[in-house]
Design a protein around this ligand. Sequence first.
Ligand code: PLP
Length: 391
Amino acid sequence: MNIELSERLKQLPPYLFAELENRVAEIRARNVEVLDLSIGDPDLPTPSEILRVMEESSKDQANQGYSSSNGEPYFREAVAEWYLKRFGVRLDPAREACALIGSKEGVANIARAFVNPGDRVMVPDPSYPVYANGGAILTGGRPVKLPLLRENGFLPDLDSIEAEGAKMMYLNYPNNPTGAVADDDFLRRLIEFSLDNNVIVCYDNAYSEMVFGPECARSILEFPGAMDCCIEFNSCSKTFNMTGSRIGFAVGSDRLISGLAKVKSQIDSGPAPFIQRAAVFALSQYKDRHPPEMVSRNIEIYRKRMDVLVKGLNEIGIPCEPSPATFYLWVGVTGKSLDIAMRLLEAGVVITPGIGFGELGEGYIRFSLTKEESIIREVISKIGAAGISAR
Ligand SMILES: Cc1ncc(COP(=O)(O)O)c(C=O)c1O
């Protein structure tokens, strides 16, 4: 039988990380220790209080069946309450919120609701690969690059964007992979751009709680006009160390939410109800805009790890500054990022080559702070011995 991939699937770019992953597996098979700072998956556990609620809820048969695909009403109400406490944003939980099986699912499915074949979808470069691949390409859309340059604080230059024919735009702050944050002025101008050009904004706020300074990250929905043109994605994954529980949410314009919910109703049946119960408990720990102790203790751990990594890299001649947010450090290097990743792998360290996030990620590598300080120190000494050069 002749089995062929669909044209859309064939259009996906080659998976650049595959070669690296194969090499990691080969080296591990030789029982050589590999220190992995490549994965954006917290090494810290889901807080025990949340796990208790998950366990107890799972015993109740009412939480064992299908959910509604846009989430149970109690979950959407908890999301609306969280948005009010955390961002001062008032949402109608029936129309302006939707549960997600992790925010990745929503980020991909939103394109199915609004992108027609050939539509232009603006995608930052570098960025989380799901926007271009799972979002634009798999719906027949055409990804168009929005350059994120260091000299612009890794924000797109809104004045130079050619908006003609564009349907949708993905943005993500606090940003993976650069660690950059967006200021209020940028977010205001972004909404103006969106309304003037009729471009839907998909704002990925998955790292909203992972900020090191005194200022909390904003929701785009805090700004006037956003409820007409924006959908925002958030998640319990990074905030509560719940990546495996697959629970996130989308909020914003009722028309965008209802399009997303319509797609989801044909594809999935929502997150497990006992996971929604656990997420309700987690979100309810917020009393105001500041993270509760179960979140702030993790941020403190990542802040210390960031300091150890930055100080260590500077000491071995790789200049870099701490990221203001996220658990990623984006470091400029000389040479091809995949070659550097391979060289570091030979030295027993895995990092992510910047090219995996887009062409403009070339010349950078990304460190993820998802290992304890002692391992980060070991990584620095291995990198020092391998001798890579920075720019
Ligand atoms: C920018 C960004 N958005 C969304 C996600 C997906 O998170 P989840 O699907 O676990 O909510 C990730 C995960 O790494 C991410 O980096």
